[in-house]
Design a binder for this molecule. Structure first.
Ligand code: PAF
Length: 289
């Protein structure tokens, strides 16, 4: 695998691959890679001939500057993992390469509605930063397929809507969340957890499973969510949100209707210094009572 740092070199390499008839797969990341990222590369390998990954800690998507500063930068280790996964090219630009002008002068891509609420509500500007950097990366790489993890469910919805609204010629492909043995969703932010917190962290996944079970049993949505927030807080978390939305477009679900309904339970919660997110897609099939 070669590592390059400039858009010019990136374009040259990708253009050579395309001229050789290769299908270009792209895995954008912010580094500090774990098995979840590698599963994206592995999926891309199955479907594409030339795999580009990017590592760029995007300042535009951090509403909290101290969060940006402490975000782990682990390039040598990331390079090793990408090499082992047979990634062909790593694009690792610095901030000046991606944002050569003052950030206040940067054009912004805003995806309405799906960006609002959930993580968009708790992290103002976050999804504008994501959609802007992903647009730039798509324009730089010009991939056929781009791969994202389902753990960031709202991010995927935002990117899919952006690609559709702006007619971007990219297939957005999602890959199931990679989990530790106890069920905790893998995340770069898990590294912020102390040993004790790491043991408690599975409480988030447990809570999602309990919500799913209660909804299957036919309990009322509002009381299920209230109970889940209480339980998550008693498990050592400080709940940011737990919501149930329509899985197809993230529209609000206020009650569970009869018939088949595909919903997604989304949660974000703080555990010590880490803000963890997770989600679960559930197909409910309620008969007429
Ligand atoms: O999911 C991430 O790691 C980032 O939000 C992304 C898509 C690489 C954009 O910076």
């Amino acid at each position: 695998m070669i590592t390059i740092h400039t858009i010019k070199e990136l374009r040259e390499h990708v253009s050579d691959a395309r001229q050789a008839g290769k299908v270009i797969g792209f895995v954008p990341t912010m580094g500090n890679l774990h098995a979840g990222h590698i599963s994206l590369v592995e999926r891309a390998k199955k479907e594409c001939d030339f795999i580009v990954s990017s590592i760029f800690v995007n300042p535009l998507q951090f509403n909290d500057k101290s969060d940006l500063q402490r975000y782990p930068r682990t390039l040598p280790n990331d390079q090793e993992q990408l090499t082992a996964a047979h990634c062909d090219l790593l694009f690792a630009p610095d901030v000046d390469e991606m944002y050569p002008h003052d950030q206040d002068e940067q054009s912004i891509v805003h995806v309405p509605v799906v960006s609002a609420g959930l993580c968009g509500g708790s992290r103002p500007g976050h999804f504008d930063g994501v959609s802007t950097v992903v647009t730039k990366l798509f324009n730089q790489v010009l991939p056929d397929n781009a791969y994202f993890g389902e753990k960031d469910f709202q991010q995927v919805a935002v990117i899919r809507k952006m690609v559709s609204d702006l007619c971007m010629p990219v297939n957005v492909i999602t890959v199931p969340t990679a989990r530790a043995d106890d069920g905790l969703a893998l995340s770069s932010r898990n590294g912020y957890l102390s040993t004790d917190e790491r043991e408690l962290a599975v409480g988030l996944y447990k809570t999602l499973n309990e919500i799913a079970a209660e909804l299957h049993q036919g309990l009322a949505l509002e009381s299920v969510i209230e109970g889940a927030i209480r339980r998550l807080n008693s498990r050592g978390f400080k709940t940011d949100y737990i919501e149930v939305r329509d899985a197809s477009d993230l529209s609000t679900v206020t009650s569970i209707s009869t018939g088949t309904q595909e919903i997604v339970i989304l949660a974000a919660a703080f555990l010590g210094n880490a803000r963890l997110i997770d989600n679960m897609v559930v197909t409910l099939n309620r008969g007429i009572v």
